[in-house]
Design a protein around this ligand. Structure first.
Ligand code: SF4
Ligand code: SF4
Length: 115
């Protein structure tokens, strides 16, 4: 079975639009939502993402909802199907941000197929 892992130079999940993320809104509390709003730039990207290399500038102290291994257990889909759920989530993010034929999608597919 394929295992999920994050890839470098992606950051697709660091762009927030809670109106399109019903799944997220259900598991976040008001403090989380306020924090997301404070982190989000006008263009929708997290202000802590270094766009030149797509790296998180506060990686060690990033919020709990950015820690996939911890946060995923709040989703029924993850409890049911494990890494398949995470892989599908990443594909959705990558596809909506960069496109289904993007280099980020190719890199992600290669990464998860190696596991
Ligand atoms: S969308 Fe997935 S692969 Fe891309 S940065 Fe987020 S967790 Fe990593
Ligand atoms: S804090 Fe870091 S991991 Fe979380 S959304 Fe912002 S850039 Fe991405």
């Amino acid at each position: 079975m394929k295992s999920w892992s994050c890839i470098e130079k992606c950051g697709a999940c660091c762009r927030f639009d809670l109106t399109e993320r019903e799944d997220l809104s259900k598991v976040l509390n008001n403090n989380d939502i306020a924090l997301i709003n404070s982190m989000t730039s006008k263009d929708g990207w997290c202000k802590y993402l270094d766009k030149s290399n797509k790296k998180c500038m506060i990686y060690e102290s990033r919020p709990h909802f950015c820690r996939v291994n911890e946060f995923s257990k709040f989703f029924k889909g993850y409890l049911k199907t494990g890494d398949k759920f995470l892989i599908d989530c990443c594909k959705q993010h990558i596809s909506s941000i960069y496109g289904s034929k993007s280099k980020e999608m190719k890199m992600f597919k290669i990464s998860v197929s190696k596991k």
